[in-house]
Every structure is written in C-alpha cells, then in structure tokens.
Design a protein around this ligand. Structure first.
Ligand code: PMP
Length: 383
C-alpha cells in the first residue's frame, strides 16, 4: 500500500469530508435563483466570520488575485502607499503596488518578527499623504501574526485606508473588520477556510468605496464597482467557481458548528503543543512566543542538516509533507501547518514523524521527547 499521506503545509490544506461531499452536488446555473440564495447565505456567514457589516465579494481567483483586486481598486498611479513587509507576502504588497505605479514606502520588518504599530504611526506622521497602508495578518512565510487591531486604530485616525492580507489566517485566527477599522480584508479559500484553492474573499468598507470610486487604475476582471452592481442582485460579474461556493457554505457551517471561539482556541492549542515539542527536541523556533502564528510554525533546521533533507525523509519515508522556507529561508527552515482542518493528533503525527526524520539524519534527538511535550500540553499536565 502506498503510504497514507499527511499534508501539513500552509495551503492548500486538507479539505474536510463534509466539504468534499458538498462540492459533489450537481451544478447549478450561476444566474439562477438557487445561486442567488446560496450567495446571500454565504455572505451572511462571512460577515459573521469577518465581524463586519461591509459588503463581501467572493472572487474566483487565488489569494494573490484578491490582493491584486485590492491594489487595482485603491491605488492610482503616483499615489503614495505604505507596505509593511516582514516576509514574502508583505513584499508581495510592495511588488503589486509598484506594478500599479504607486510610490511605495516599504517598511522592512526583520523576518520572523512582527510589525511594531508605533512605526506605522511614525510613517503616517512623516508622510500624511499616504493613501493606503498594506498589512499582513498572518505572514505565512515566517509564521508571524501581526497586531492588526493596533495598526487599525492608528490608521483609522488618518485619511489612509488599511488593507489587510488575511489569506492564511482568516478562519483560524480572530479578525474583527469593523472594530479594528480594516477597510479591505482579503483572504483565500485554500488555507484556514479548509477549501481547495480558487476563491479570494474580500470585504470593502464605506471609506474604501470613496477611494475606489475615484480610482484611476485600469481594471477589468477585478473591477469592484462592476462587482458591486451584480452583488446587489446576489450575482457575480463573471462565472463564479460554483462548486467552491457550495463548498464554502459547508466549510463555514463547520466553523460555526464548532463555534468561532473554539476554532481560534483550537489553533492556539495546536500552536502551543507544536512549539513545546520543537523546544523539547532542542530545535530553534523562528518566532518569539509573543507573535507566533496560531496556524503555522517555522522551525530552523539544526546546524549541518538541510531543512529540505528533513522534509524529504518525512515525505518519502513517513508520508508527511511540511513546507520549506522561501527566499532567503530556503533550506534553512521548515514550516509545520496546523491550519484549518487540523486537530491534536495531526500535531502528534507531525512531531513523531519529525523525531524519526531527525534520527535518520543523525541528529541526536531523544525519541519521544517532542511527542511527550506535545502530549503534556494537550493533557494540561506540568512539564
Ligand atoms: N498571502 C498570504 C499570507 C499567503 O499565505 C498566500 C499563499 N501562500 C498568498 C498571499 C498568496 O495566495 P495564492 O497563492 O493563493 O495566490
């Protein structure tokens, strides 16, 4: 038998059987009343998840498409924008904004650390003409979660918009769009939302609409004004990924059945167990506890062992896939996702597999040390 596979990367993530089953439903027309009812129902659930009264658009594209939509609709050539770049996805905001002709002030944040909100306040004071601040809720490349609430409080006092990439965090990490003053929150289907890739979902605030209405950048597929016209009738401008909409409805039901507070607490528990296990194995975590992501944990490979060799043994011998490091972190770190459809025993599989892979590669790991540390976290017993 081919080894059973354990996909533990920060997207695409495993899809729950109930969601897979829902997506096998027969096709419906996207201009039908059935679709309109489905669309309306999903948006009401998304508004609960996002904690917003804003309109929410479900776009058929990957997460980056949603990011491009946010930029294309808010950035006109020559506009000054601030990007908070503490990883590959923060840098994507910089690249996108430059493509749309923005004058970009890129705040470089040391990878593995989170944004200091004070810096945002300083940059906005230095450049009162900043039109948009682009931030990342969960920086997947490093495993850092940023304090969007504090950043939002600062940006809200200025004319600037706050646009947040929630691609990997939304559904696993709490987000409060209205209370935290997020003008555009954009996310993706294939991560904490437990769906296959193919949808980007974004909310738009009244403050953002004013900018969007005056925006000069060319856009066609991603024109939110066109989307808004159709949204009024619960239609989409172009043919949506109907099956993914049906799946999204089912995955949102799973989140609400569990209860959002429980979902967020589960992810934090998985993070704590993973981090305790990594420490017990004598490995080094990439992030401080204070900004450690609840959905993905980045770990440095031990001295003299390539992170990609560890990943290779895990995959070939144990059927476990971890993600590697990106850009300058390539072969230096591996990333363990505990995102979306993930529970305690997924962490046990990940940690026990990691111990065996390290042993194979000659690292002096005490077999069972990481497993025991994770068990102690789950059982709530003293370490
Ligand atoms: N932002 C973040 C935080 C992400 O994790 C990702 C995907 N890894 C993206 C954006 C890009 O999404 P996609 O690959 O779906 O275009």
């Amino acid at each position: 038998m081919k080894d059973k596979h354990y996909l533990m990367i920060p997207g695409p993530t495993p899809v729950p059987p109930a969601v897979v089953a829902a997506m096998c439903a027969p096709m419906i027309g996207h201009r039908s009343e059935d679709f309109q009812a489905l669309h309306k129902n999903i948006v009401a659930k998304l508004q609960k998840l996002f904690q917003t009264r804003n309109e929410i658009f479900i776009l058929t594209c990957s997460g980056t498409g949603g990011m491009e939509s946010a930029v294309a609709n808010t950035v006109s050539p020559g506009d000054k924008v601030l990007t908070l770049a503490g990883g590959k996805f923060g840098e994507r905001w910089t690249e996108l904004a430059r493509q749309y002709g923005a004058e970009v002030i890129e705040e470089k944040i040391t990878w593995g650390t989170c944004v200091d909100p004070q810096v945002v306040e300083e940059r906005l004071a230095q450049h009162p003409d900043i039109k948009v601040v682009f931030a990342t809720q969960n920086e997947t490349s490093t495993g850092v979660v940023n304090d969007i609430e504090s950043i939002g409080r600062i940006v809200a006092k200025t004319p600037a918009l706050l646009v947040v990439d929630g691609v990997s965090g939304v559904g696993g990490i709490e987000i409060k769009v209205d209370e935290w003053h997020i003008d555009i929150l954009t996310t993706g289907s294939q991560k904490s939302l437990m769906l296959p890739p193919g949808l980007a979902i974004q909310s738009v605030s009244p403050k953002a609409w004013k900018v969007i209405e005056e925006n000069k950048s060319p856009r066609y597929y991603f024109d939110l004004l066109k989307a808004r016209k159709q949204y009024a009738k619960w239609n989409t401008a172009y043919t949506p990924a109907v099956s993914l909409f049906i799946g999204l409805n089912a995955s949102l039901d799973l989140l609400f059945e569990e209860g959002l507070d429980n979902v967020y607490a589960r992810h934090k528990l998985l993070r704590d167990a993973t981090r305790a296990a990594v420490r017990a194995m004598g490995l080094q975590l990439m992030t401080e506890d204070s900004c450690a992501s609840p959905v993905v944990t980045s770990v440095y490979a031990p001295e003299g062992i390539g992170a990609d060799d560890i990943r290779k043994v895990l995959r070939q011998e144990f059927g476990i896939t971890f993600a590697g490091g990106q850009a300058q972190l390539k072969n230096k770190i591996f990333r363990i996702a505990h995102m979306g459809y993930a529970g305690k025993m997924d962490v046990m599989v990940a940690i026990s597999g990691l111990e065996m892979a390290l042993h194979r590669l000659g690292y002096p790991v005490e077999l069972g040390a990481g497993v025991r540390a994770a068990q102690q976290v789950f059982l709530g017993v003293q370490q």
